[in-house]
Ligand binder design. Structure first.
Ligand SMILES: [Zn+2]
Length: 375
């Protein structure tokens, strides 16, 4: 049954919080909607963070032509939601996620056969993959509608190089779909990539730091120390030298060393990280490179971080940066997903990635849009 307008708006707001808390949408806020009648649904607004949404910011939109009243703009993907409500009378709640494992599977561009009866109860027989289109474009809307028409029973679909759409008959059902899809996607990923796990060796801790004017506070090896960026003593630890060099040459205000498994594995492969997922291009950057002997080459590390928010260090994971701690943490999450996509692509042996032009456009749009949101 569809929701009353007040309940629908409340559910959309709670769903936004659940999505961010579970890491199903990191930094690039997707979109969430609920049906209120055959003719109308309510949806998250365009370009506002999920954390602080109020019911006044949830927009009522027409299924027939996506028209809306008021001066708050609905999500730019409202067309996809409208198509789903029109084509699927039983769907009452839609969440668009960037969940890690399902997004990684999307790079294969293939429809996924649902594997067990347990999963089929929630997901039906196939999770189709919509062909690639840049977010908010008519092309993407058309590709999603094609996938929906090809598989009229499907409960979730993948959007190539991007994420998922989960279509339930209520909020709980939509999350059940998202979580079941993630569980299945993880199994498929591990079967494809599990065989080539490297043995963990000891990795130097390069710590994490925050800039405070012309100094920075570095937490490393269990110790917290303050250093002046331009005034390091001769005996300063390698990590401090590395962080100082990055602060000298860029706009970072926070640096985090990450040794997540997928990132360490890719850092050992010494290949350039291609933009297989669009949020990697947007939030972290294009063609993330690996620096050999990072401790001996702090300048090379700092150079690779110009116009990018991550650099990999051979066999030692990566350094992620941001102008806030939140930005640097988001870069870590998105880099991890990008590295998993890279490992999956290597396992499949053949996958295309975004074109460099596409990737640059996405990066520029994100930086412009996000800096506006932060203001
Ligand atoms: Zn999205």
């Amino acid at each position: 049954m569809e929701y009353s307008i007040e309940v629908a708006k409340g559910h959309v707001i709670s769903a936004g919080k659940i999505l961010t808390e579970n890491g199903l949408a990191a930094r690039t806020w997707g979109n969430i909607s609920a049906r209120i009648s055959d003719e109308k649904f309510v949806i998250t607004p365009s370009g506002l963070a999920y954390e602080n949404l109020t019911t006044k910011q949830i927009v009522e939109v027409s299924v027939a032509d996506c028209s809306y009243d008021g001066n708050i703009k609905p999500s730019s993907e409202k067309g996809i939601h409208a198509d789903i409500y029109r084509l699927r009378p039983k769907v009452n709640f839609i969440i668009h996620t960037h969940q890690m494992m399902a997004s990684v599977l999307s790079i294969g561009g293939k429809d996924i056969e649902v594997r067990s009866d347990e999963y089929k109860k929630i997901l039906e027989g196939v999770v189709p993959c919509a062909a690639y289109g840049i977010s908010s474009t008519r092309k993407l809307r058309r590709k999603v509608a094609e996938a929906l028409c090809n598989y009229p029973e499907c409960k979730a679909l993948l959007m190539k190089h991007h994420g998922t759409v989960c279509m339930g008959n209520n909020l709980e059902n939509s999350f059940e779909i998202a979580l079941t899809l993630e569980k299945m996607a993880k199994e498929i990923y591990e079967e494809a990539c599990g065989g080539n796990k490297k043995q963990m060796v000891h990795i130097t801790d390069y710590g994490r730091s925050s800039r405070k004017g012309n100094a920075f506070i570095l937490e490393c090896g269990g110790k917290t120390s303050e250093y002046v960026i331009d005034g390091l003593s001769d005996g300063a630890p390698e990590a401090a030298v590395l962080h100082a060099e990055i602060y000298k040459s860029g706009s970072a205000a926070c640096i985090i060393h990450t040794i997540d498994d997928e990132i360490v594995e890719v850092s050992g492969a010494s290949r350039i990280l291609r933009p297989l997922l669009d949020d990697l291009a947007q939030i972290v950057g294009i063609n993330i490179k690996t620096v050999k002997n990072a401790r001996l080459n702090p300048k090379a590390v700092a150079r690779e971080l110009k116009n990018k928010n991550a650099v990999m260090m051979e066999n030692e994971g990566a350094l992620c940066t941001g102008t806030t701690e939140g930005d640097a943490k988001a870069a870590v999450i998105i880099l991890r997903k990008g590295c998993a996509a890279d490992l999956y692509a290597a396992a499949l042996n053949k996958t295309d990635c975004l074109s460099i032009a596409d990737a640059y456009i996405q990066r520029i749009i994100y930086i412009t849009k996000y800096s506006k949101i932060k203001e």
